[in-house]
Design a protein around this ligand. Structure first.
Ligand code: UD1
Ligand code: CA
Length: 485
């Protein structure tokens, strides 16, 4: 059967998440480039719900601000005081009214839950014609979770919280995931009848199961295939564990689509990263944000790319890049830092110990060694000698440098911006260039060399240098005598 479209998905995210011990609200902690709550919302959107509601409370300015900034389809509902999961849902219904149809309730801190699993829950719910269907899982250690109480025939009777459970009930391994499909109209009525007579004095949403059952309605359960998916994140140990699972899932998706990942254990790829077939990712690589890598490109080892685009068959080795555009067949690294606004054209090179920002490097141009390129345009086929500095900052303003096509900038040139090196122009090694160099000219801006003979013998007498010089000069003299010169 096709998956029934839910009338609403309600995501509970009002809790503080004290065990995170954080300034950041729990649901805004990130995994694989996305906040915890956004992982849940992405899974929920896969069901195409008519409305998407998030219950916020603790730090609601920040969480609410995040939600409105990232998804216009999300309706936040404020639960001012966190008086339990049942109270959270009651607050939603008081604000938006009875929701007709199926209402799916989930949490904002279960980032591993997949659309598929939610869809299976909705199918069971519809097929069995239940008033409520709870998603459960068998877990090795159910400590802390609500337990699913079934009768001899396997029918679900109730959910009992850890703190309210008897020793026999605590032995039950089937746990409540906290995810449910409800009939909206029945839910509206039931949430008004939840008591607070329990160990925590809270309104438990779990009580709705027993209430509906006592009313004579059908109560069911759907057991998840994989308990790891329904386990929430409560502390940073679980955050890291969930991150590893999520990362592995992302990598497996890419590998099945034709990407080679040499070492999945040390490779981290954010959810929104786009990789083409025949990309090779070497160990120790992290791809973040909106990074896009085209076919045949090789990334790594030890490379971190954020919001960076890499063209076909480019190689990027031991590099950190943020907001850069690396053209097809370009070569970057090792030990290269590309900052925002760097654009390398086809076959361009940014080599070892090179830093670039806001710079366009023309087709086939080479910046091979030990160079800073800031605020610059470099023409096609230009060659920038080792240790060149684009002196872009005069202490007040950033200025632009232009290097023409097939220009040759000598080693250790200071290009003091604003300055232009014309097409096919050269600069002499060691020059400090402050004036434009016209096309085809060579700019020489350095002291002429003079040698002071015998300086070492006079000023550094008795040193190894003086001794080495004396020997060399004696040999030279002997040779000249032999040759009769
Ligand atoms: C809840 C379930 C438990 C289940 C477990 C699964 C109840 C009473 N118990 O327990 O059976 O095994 O989840 O993780 O429902 N929240 C609000 N407003 C509130 C209270 C909670 O929005 O007033 C949100 C929290 O932000 C959190 C979620 O609901 O995301 C669960 O709340 P929490 O207090 O952690 O419930 P548990 O004790 O884990
Ligand atoms: Ca919890």
């Amino acid at each position: 059967m096709s998956v029934p479209r839910p009338a609403a998905v309600v995501v509970l995210a009002a809790g503080e998440g004290t065990r995170m011990k954080s300034r950041t609200p729990k649901v805004l902690h990130e995994l694989c480039g996305r906040a915890l709550v956004d992982h849940m919302l992405a899974a929920a959107r896969g069901l195409d719900p008519e409305r998407l509601i998030v219950v916020i409370g603790h730090d609601r300015e920040r969480v609410g601000g995040h939600l409105t900034a990232t998804g216009s389809d999300v309706q936040p509902v404020v639960q001012a005081e966190q008086r339990g999961t049942g109270h959270a849902v009651r607050t939603v219904i008081e604000e938006v009214g009875t929701i007709k149809g199926t209402v799916l309730v989930t949490y904002g801190d279960t980032p591993l839950l997949r659309t598929d699993t939610l869809a299976r829950l909705l199918e069971t719910h519809a097929e069995e014609g239940n008033a409520v269907t709870v998603l459960t899982a068998e877990v090795p250690d159910p400590t802390g979770y609500g337990r699913i109480i079934r009768d001899g025939g396997g029918a679900v009777l109730a959910i009992v919280e850890q703190k309210d459970a008897s020793p026999e009930q605590r032995a039950i391994k089937e746990m409540n995931s906290g995810v449910y499909a409800f009939d909206g109209a029945l839910l509206s009525d039931a949430v008004t009848r939840i008591s607070t007579a329990n160990a925590q004095g809270e309104e438990y949403l779990t009580d709705v199961l027993a209430i509906l059952r006592e009313d004579g309605h059908r109560v069911g359960a759907h057991v998840a295939d994989d308990h790891v998916e329904v386990e929430g994140v409560n502390d940073r140990v679980q955050l890291a564990a969930a991150g590893r699972v999520l990362n592995r899932r992302i990598l497996e998706r890419h590998m099945r689509d034709g990407v080679t990942v040499i070492d999945p254990e040390t490779t981290w790829v954010d959810v929104d990263v786009i990789l083409s077939p025949d990309v090779v990712i070497r160990p120790g690589t992290q791809l973040h944000g909106r990074t896009v890598v085209a076919a045949g490109a090789e990334i790594g080892p030890a490379t971190t790319l954020t919001d960076t685009e890499v063209g076909e068959d480019a190689t990027v080795n031991n590099t950190v890049a943020v907001g850069a555009l690396i053209g097809p067949q370009a070569a970057v690294g090792p030990y290269t830092y590309l900052r925002p606004g760097t654009v390398l054209a086809r076959k361009a090179k940014a080599g070892a110990h090179v830093e670039m920002k806001n710079a366009r490097i023309g087709e086939g141009a080479k910046v091979p060694h030990l160079t800073y390129v800031g605020d610059a345009t470099i023409g096609a086929g230009a060659n920038i000698g080792a240790s060149t500095i684009f002196v872009n900052y005069d202490g007040v303003e950033k200025n632009h440098t232009t290097v023409g096509d097939h220009a040759f900038v000598g080693c250790d040139t200071m290009l003091v911006a604003p300055v232009t090196i014309g097409d096919g122009a050269y600069t002499a090694a060691g020059s400090t260039i402050t004036n434009d160099v016209p096309p085809g000219a060579i700019g020489v801006a350095r002291e002429r060399q003079r040698n002071i003979e015998g300086w070492v013998a006079r000023k550094r007498a008795g040193t190894r240098s003086a001794e080495a010089a004396r020997r060399a000069l004696a040999d030279e003299a002997a040779e000249q005598q032999e040759n009769g010169t």
